[in-house]
Design a protein around this ligand. Sequence first.
Ligand SMILES: [Zn+2]
Length: 489
Amino acid sequence: MVARTFRSSVATRALPFLTAATLAACATNPATGKKEFSLMSEAQEIQLGQQMDGEVRREMGLYDDPELQRYVESIGMRLARNSQRPNLPWHFTVVDAPAVNAFALPGGYIYLTRGILPFLNDEAQLAGVLGHEIGHVTARHSAQQYTKATSAGIGVTLLSIFVPEARPLQGLTETALGVLFLKYGRDDELQADSLGVDYAAKSGWDPAGVAGMLTTLSRLDEASGSRKGVPNWLSTHPAPADRVQKVRAAVQQASASMTARTETDRSEYLRRIDGIVFGDSPSEGIVRGNTFLHPDLRLALTFPQGWEVQNTKTQVVAKAPERENYMLLQLVPNASGSVEQIARTTMANSGFRQLNGERAEINGLDAYVGTYQGQMQGLGNVGTLAAHIVHERNVYVLAGLAPANQFQGVERQFVAAIRSFRSLSRAEAAEIKPNRVDVYTVRNGDTWQEIAERVTRNTIKPTTLAIMNNYDPSQPPRPGDRIKVVVEG
Ligand SMILES: [Zn+2]
């Protein structure tokens, strides 16, 4: 949850210049040289990219490290100059998201999440990811994907500020940014892989970096990177079974035709990413077990034991294991009037009928707690216990939602979570620090398990540690190897 993105215009405007009548045209695909039906001219591609880039920057935010941004850009530009579309206005940006992903917009806008960087092993693998994304642009996959999405009505839906109109956990797929997170087709992936190999080889990086990054990203458990509001790499770049094999063949071919020495540059890469934030960042709030802490908004609360907590840009959602019972925390936009009036208006506007309610004090904060009934897509009739809480200059809604026939059974847990909402003191807030990447030299006798416990103090699982260092988790770390670890603060 991020303070700056709570605006009433949270998601999206339609992109009005895109009407089918003006766009239909037959064009030559720059990467393949084939004629194909395209709904977008290059100028329109660029205009669309530019427009959506603004949205990406506002919604996801840039990772605040200008030197790292310049580094990624310099590698991206070198690759793009060796592509079939060197003259597009290319942009390469690291966005401030913990998920492991990379994506492209039409017109030459390429993004990496900060979350993918610790999983790449060297500069050749970074070039591999960037080359793959450049391939999606040069072969116009991203333009075609956008065209498909708009004709299917995706990407132009408004994300409602309160859930009933949009189901919880849908997150970004409901916004204009959702188009970034649609799956590419199998053939698009294979083509982007081989274009990536080609660009890397032409630009002087070891093209095996493409195969290396694919191996690492496919080792990563699909679940491990996907709970942060931004889907992970595999969910947007599906991996056909034969993908790594096909890439290896392309790498061999590319390597055979190369004369110059190629780079992998591992030590330079390690130096660049040493210290970057890993996982949640305090500016968005941090999830520790089932507790949510937001040092900037100075608040904390504890969700029911065992519930899975997702922190997205617009809301924090907790879900009961194996049941469609949810709790969510959001800021009420443009709240004015008494907390009781705000509660009644917000809930009525979201289609909820009030059953009862009263003013309350929650850990010294003024609040209004009520029970409501309503409808939610996919859940049918739901019962809701909602607390509207005034904290500093904001009003939050913390609501528990369950199908009507399950509401009584879970109500006590909703009450306990609502009662746990509290202010964080300045001192407590200052204590909350993100985890960061550090470099560690493996000693004789070290195991992944032992490094995870002793060096990282369990900030990361042993298998994840192995994967982020390009190892199969069954291989032990080699003594003397400089590896990436994750440490607190
Ligand atoms: Zn892809």
